[in-house]
Design a protein around this ligand. Structure first.
Ligand code: FEO
Length: 404
C-alpha cells in the first residue's frame, strides 16, 4: 500500500504484515502493521522505521514523497526490533541524518548496531525540535513498554505519534479508525485493543494512568493519535484514551472465562454443569480450551472477564502442562482486579487444583475456594457439585464486579 497523507505534509509510510502469525510467541491471528511517519517540512523528518523484512517497503513509500537524501532527522521513539531493526539499512542511505532518541534508547541501540559513525541527539522529556512549520515535542514514556520508550507530539498538527501505545495488531487495508469500523466492526476493533493491551501492556496500568494524566496536565490538544501498529485514531482519539484509562483501571465485562485443558475428558465433562451454574446466575460465560487456542487468546479472554475458572486434570501430582504454562505466563503479566477459582479431575493422588490455588495466591488475585475436584469421572452427584460451584462463583463475581 502506498503512503497516505494523514495531516498536511505528514505521511504514513509504513508496511502491512499480512502473514505474521507468531509475534515473539504472541499469536497475531490478524497480522499487524509497522507504522512509521514522514514529515515533509523544511527539515524532512522520518519518525520510526519498520521491521527489517519490510525496509524496502517503507523506502519505496518514502521515495514517492521525497528523495531519501532530503531526510535530515530520524526520530526513534522505541528500539524494539519490530520498529528499529531497519535503522542500519536506512542510515546507510542517509548517513548524515541526526537521530533523535531517548538516552536509554541510544544505549540500547548501541547494543544492536555499530553506531560509531551515526550522529545522535539525546532528547529528554519536554525537549522540542522545530523542523519548519512543525514543532516536535518529545515525551518520554519509560517502561511503556520498554525503558527507552517515548512518543512524539507534532504541535501544530495536534498529532500524537504514540509508538506502541494505543496500537493494535491488525493487518488491514484501512488506515483509520472510521474506515476500519465501516469495513469491519466496532467489536472487532475493541477486541483488538483488548488483545493488545492484555498481552503487552497489562503490567503497566499504573504507569499508563500517570502518563495520560501528565499529557492532560500539559494541556496538549490531540485530534489524531498515530500508533506504530494498526489503525490511526482520527475520528475520536478521546475514545481510545478513555478506553486505555478504563483498561488501566481494570475495567472488565461481567463475565466468567472458563480456561481449561483435559486428558481423558473428565475435566472437560465438568464444564457443562459449571457453565450452566454460571449462566443460571445470569452471568455470561466463555470457554477456552488451552491446547486448542493460542495462549494470547486465553490471556485476552482472561482479561476481558471479571472472573475466571481454571480447569485442570492432575498429572504426576501437578497441573496439566498447558494449564501450568498459562498460569506461569499470566503471573508475569501481573493481573489485577480479577476473581479466580479452579476445578479439575484426578485419578489417585490429586494435586493440580491445590497447585492452581498456590499460583493464584502468588498473583494476589481475588480467590474463591475451595475449588471442586472429581475422581476419575464425574458422577451425577459430582455434576451437581460442579453446577453449584459455577453458580456460587458467578454470584461472587457479580458482587466483586460492583467495586469497579
Ligand atoms: Fe511494537 Fe514494543 O514494539
Amino acid at each position: 500500500m502506498k503512503s497516505v497523507e494523514i495531516k498536511p505534509d505528514i505521511f504514513w509510510v509504513g508496511a502491512i504484515d499480512w502473514g505474521i502469525r507468531d509475534f515473539h510467541g504472541y499469536i497475531t491471528q490478524n497480522g499487524t502493521t509497522y507504522n512509521n511517519y514522514l514529515i515533509r517540512d523544511a527539515q524532512v523528518t522520518l519518525i520510526d522505521t519498520v521491521k527489517h523484512d519490510f525496509c524496502s517497503v517503507t523506502l519505496e513509500n518514502i521515495k514517492r514523497i521525497v528523495d531519501l537524501s532530503k531526510i535530515v532527522n530520524l526520530v526513534i521513539n522505541h528500539i524494539e526490533p519490530d520498529h528499529a531493526s531497519s535503522i542500519d539499512m536506512i542510515m546507510k542511505l542517509i548517513p548524515n541524518a541526526t537521530i533523535y532518541i531517548s538516552e536509554r534508547g541510544k544505549k540500547g541501540i548501541e547494543r544492536y548496531f555499530d553506531t560509531s559513525k551515526w550522529t545522535f541527539r539525546v532528547v529528554k522529556n519536554g525537549d522540542t525540535l522545530n523542523i519548519g512549520k512543525y514543532t516536535l515535542l518529545f515525551l518520554e514514556t519509560p517502561m511503556l513498554h520498554w525503558p527507552d520508550s517515548m512518543v512524539t507530539y507534532v504541535k501544530e498538527a495536534k498529532l500524537l505519534i504514540s509508538q506502541d501505545a494505543f496500537g493494535q495488531h491488525i493487518a488491514t487495508a484501512s488506515r483509520f479508525d472510521d474506515e476500519f469500523v465501516e469495513c469491519h466492526s466496532q467489536f472487532e476493533l475493541d477486541d483488538a485493543i483488548a488483545d493488545y493491551y492484555a498481552n503487552i501492556l497489562m503490567p503497566f496500568g499504573q504507569l499508563i494512568k500517570t502518563k495520560i494524566a501528565d499529557i492532560v496536565k500539559a494541556g496538549l490538544e490531540i485530534d489524531m493519535i498515530a500508533p506504530d501498529h494498526g489503525i490511526i485514531w482520527r475520528k475520536d482519539p478521546g475514545r481510545i484514551i478513555q478506553k486505555y484509562l478504563d483498561l488501566a483501571n481494570n475495567k472488565a465485562d461481567l463475565r466468567v472465562a472458563v480456561i481449561y485443558d483435559t486428558m481423558w475428558h473428565s475435566t472437560e465433562h465438568m464444564i457443562i454443569p459449571v457453565m450452566q451454574g454460571i449462566k443460571d446466575e445470569g452471568v455470561d460465560c466463555r470457554v477456552i480450551k488451552l491446547r486448542a487456542s493460542p495462549m494470547s487468546v486465553a490471556i485476552k479472554e482472561f482479561w476481558k472477564a471479571r472472573g475466571t475458572l481454571i480447569g485442570t486434570p492432575t498429572i504426576n501430582n501437578v497441573m496439566f502442562p498447558s494449564v501450568a504454562e498459562f498460569l506461569y505466563h499470566l503471573g508475569g503479566l501481573r493481573p489485577k482486579g480479577r476473581m479466580i477459582g479452579a476445578f479439575g479431575s484426578f485419578g489417585w493422588g490429586g494435586g493440580a487444583v491445590k497447585e492452581a490455588y498456590e499460583s493464584f495466591r502468588k498473583m494476589g488475585l481475588e480467590i474463591v475456594e475451595p475449588g471442586v475436584q472429581v475422581q476419575y469421572r464425574p458422577t451425577l452427584d459430582d455434576e451437581q457439585k460442579c453446577y453449584e460451584f459455577g453458580k456460587a462463583f458467578a454470584a461472587k463475581v457479580k458482587e466483586y464486579h460492583k467495586n469497579f
